[in-house]
Design a protein around this ligand. Structure first.
Ligand SMILES: Nc1nc2c(ncn2[C@@H]2O[C@H](COP(=O)(O)OP(=O)(O)O)[C@@H](O)[C@H]2O)c(=O)[nH]1
Ligand SMILES: [Mg+2]
Length: 230
């Protein structure tokens, strides 16, 4: 076996192991009735900002938690923990993506039956996370208006493995001369029929629609918290 063949073989085994572990996680999430939503994007596209607002809103009705991946620092976990929900940082060192084993380890002492909704913020990267199933039910691919409308065409795999595209920082669209309809075209060319939402975590634009979309995934579940005033 030459070196190239061996590397391909090792890589195939790693992927197979990850897929099996992710499948087992998916089964555990399903049994516990927790909806797991992951977020992928380039660094700085606004994953944590979207999550900060989403946790603060969703926690009034649902039992929510979050895992957040970065190469280094606990900064994002500290930001998300302000919503007073369970949060855990996963630091990957030099690894450019989360994998199913990291998610499993991070959840080792969590009781999944205590959660309705779990977010997993992946490491900021538009390439590597595409290959790793985390057992999630819904994957969001974020694209901020400062990145250019053609990113889905340049990084099709990440958009192809996602369920929903989220165009973020729409408050900056005009300043960045971002052409929203061109961005929608790019997304639809890569993934015809893909659901797209536009949001600004800063101004709140589009956020109600996003919360409604999440709630529609959760409504059939039985653990909804009693919400006074509803
Ligand atoms: N103007 C504006 N800035 C945003 C928005 N969302 C995030 N940002 C800023 O973009 C930067 C990166 O955001 P962050 O949430 O850390 O991105 P992440 O690396 O994808 O988690 C921060 O300076 C945020 O304040 C938004 O909706 N509008
Ligand atoms: Mg972040």
């Amino acid at each position: 076996m030459n070196t190239t063949t061996r590397l391909v073989e090792v890589r195939r085994n790693v992927m197979k192991q990850n897929d099996q572990l992710a499948q087992a996680l998916r089964e555990r999430f399903r049994e516990a009735g927790v909806c797991v939503v992951s977020l992928v994007s380039s660094p700085g596209a606004g994953k944590t900002a979207l999550l900060e607002k989403t946790l603060a809103r969703m926690r009034t009705r649902w039992r929510v938690g979050a895992l957040v991946g970065d190469l280094a620092t606990e900064n994002d976990a500290a930001r998300l923990a302000r919503a007073e929900v369970p949060v855990r940082q996963i630091t990957t060192g030099t690894v450019c993506h989360l994998d199913a084993a990291m998610v499993e380890r991070a959840l080792v002492d969590w009781n999944l039956f205590d959660l309705d909704l779990l977010f997993i913020e992946n490491v900021g990267n538009l390439v590597c996370p595409a290959s790793y199933d985390l057992g999630e039910e819904m994957r969001l691919a974020l694209l901020s208006v400062t990145e250019g409308e053609d990113k889905p065409l340049k990084y099709p795999t990440i958009f192809n493995t996602a369920d929903v595209a989220v165009i973020t920082k729409v408050d900056l669209a005009e300043a960045a001369e971002f052409d929203l309809s061109a961005a929608h075209d790019s997304i639809q060319r890569v993934r015809p029929g893909m659901l797209v939402v536009e949001v600004s975590a800063k101004t709140g634009a589009g956020m109600e629609g996003w919360f409604d979309l999440l709630a529609s995934r959760l409504r059939p579940r039985s653990h909804q918290l009693a919400h006074q005033g509803d």
